[in-house]
Design a protein around this ligand. Structure first.
Ligand code: MG
Length: 464
């Protein structure tokens, strides 16, 4: 965001605050000048799993309403198609290779997000925000890696995926005699035995509402990172939602998350915070299609979780801030989860780290002026390797996997493509028609881009 735009957004709030202070309007004067920020993240939910993104039988009235009152993106990318690296990128604004967070952490992992990384929690806390992380973390489960050591004042949730315990057998792909899931409040494990996973969305929602209520009326703005456990397998929904969706248990879990979003909006309105709160919704990676009926939908895209096809990286993304973000807009602007850090920290008047590479860019012109945004440029990592790149409408694949067809986690044959595959993902979002033979010069240009990116990108120490 340029300075003039930031000033134009924040100045009216400062003026209102000053006027209220002068006229003694104590309640209004308590409103902070910076907006509150809420990020709601689903886990393994696909591009095609919301009604407003075309799902025919999953009902998501609250997210549909959010899109109607805000902006819906059709070209929003996460930085990895599995949980840990995607979340590292979302919170740091950087490709996961830079922090060394390139693979999924398991309960026995000693690694985690390095202390040197600056998260959205760190940067917003420094800008004066009260910060809370509620839900699934998955950036390291040793104490030094937990949210309270990464910029969050408060934490409630599971430190890793909900399939990484004896309760989840035989779904768990990495099971190694792990203990029941520890449910944390701050640094303390508050569960005895396996938590009732059917209650997780309910508990996360209650914690989120409690945090919002606690912050209401305070001078400090707040940042809430609400990272749901579902629809990651094994699926579970509470009594109010179980058995209700026409899409089966998968749909139940998505509809419960939608209901949770509705409760967040209702609470913001009740507390008079609605017009000073930016809320964004997305998911960490594409659907786990190999789970069959328990996995979600990539919409028009190919494949899902783990893969470097579009279905692994494209996610629904909705931004809402009444009066600031235009209502009812669908934008085809390119954006990524790495843009959140520069965008939100800029909006907060905070400091975007200047001592390191930040791969995201400020989305303010897209969000507030409905500008078309930048030319797409996306590197698709499989663990620590770049397997594909998109520039403009063109995308090449050097290697591919089809995890949906694999019976076992990790058991997916890798196919190398020489020459690379080439797709025009604007004309052919499903990546069905390889046009490499017709455009050798584009293939060569994109292959060179990958080489340049690799040469210019310093990997962090691998965390596992
Ligand atoms: Mg995930």
């Amino acid at each position: 965001m340029d300075d003039s735009m930031r000033t134009s957004l924040i100045r009216p709030l400062l003026v209102i605050a000053a006027l209220c202070a002068v006229t003694g309007l104590a309640v209004a004067a308590e409103k902070p000048a910076q907006p509150n920020i809420v990020i709601i993240l689903a886990d393994d939910m696909g591009y095609g799993d919301l009604a407003c993104y075309g799902h025919p039988t999953i009902a998501t009235p609250n997210l549909d309403h959010m899109a109607a009152e805000g902006m819906k993106l059709t070209q929003f990318y996460v930085a990895a198609s599995v949980c840990t690296p995607s979340r590292a990128a979302l919170l740091t604004g950087r490709y996961p290779i830079r922090s060394g967070m390139t693979q999924v952490l398991i309960p026995k992992s000693k690694g985690g997000l390095p202390a040197t990384e600056i998260t959205l929690g760190d940067a917003l806390k420094k800008a004066g925000y009260a910060t809370a992380c509620i839900g699934k973390w998955h950036l390291g489960s040793l104490k030094e890696h937990l949210p309270l050591n990464h910029g969050f004042d408060y934490y409630f949730g599971l430190p890793y995926s909900n399939d990484m315990s004896p309760w989840a057998q035989p779904t768990n792909h990495t099971f190694d005699g792990d203990p029941p899931h520890p449910l944390y409040r701050n640094f303390e494990v508050i569960s005895r035995g396996e938590p009732d996973q059917s209650q997780l969305t309910r508990w996360y929602t209650d914690e989120a509402l409690k945090f919002i209520r606690t912050q209401a009326g305070k001078k400090k703005p707040f940042f809430l990172y609400l990272a749901h456990t579902f629809p990651h397998v094994p699926l579970a929904a509470s009594g109010q939602y179980k058995g209700k969706s026409r899409r089966g248990l998968y749909g139940d879990t998505v509809e419960e998350i939608d209901g949770s979003c509705g409760e967040v909006f209702k609470t913001l309105k009740e507390l008079g915070l609605d017009d000073n709160t930016l809320v964004m919704f997305t998911s960490d990676n594409g659907p786990w299609i190999g789970q069959k009926l328990d996995g979600g939908s990539p919409g028009p895209f190919t494949e899902g979780k783990v893969s470097t096809w579009e279905g692994g990286f494209r996610e629904p993304a909705i931004f809402r801030w009444p009066g600031k973000i235009p209502a009812g807009v669908t934008t085809r602007a390119f954006a990524t989860a790495m843009d959140l850090l520069p965008t939100l920290v800029g909006l907060a008047g905070g400091e975007v780290p200047g001592d390191r590479e930040i791969d995201g860019v400020d989305l303010a012109p897209v969000l507030f002026k409905n500008e078309p945004g930048r030319e797409p440029l996306m590197f698709y990592y499989f663990n620590a390797e770049v397997w594909a790149v998109r520039k403009g409408p063109w995308k090449i694949h050097l290697k591919t996997v089809y995890p949906a067809a694999s019976k076992k986690w990790g058991d997916w044959p890798v196919t190398e493509h020489n020459p690379p595959l080439l797709f025009n993902v604007d004309e052919d979002p499903g990546e069905k028609y390889n046009v490499a033979e017709a455009h050798p010069e584009i293939v060569a240009e994109l292959a060179k881009l990958i080489e340049q990116h690799k040469a210019a990108t310093k990997p962090g120490v691998s965390q596992k």
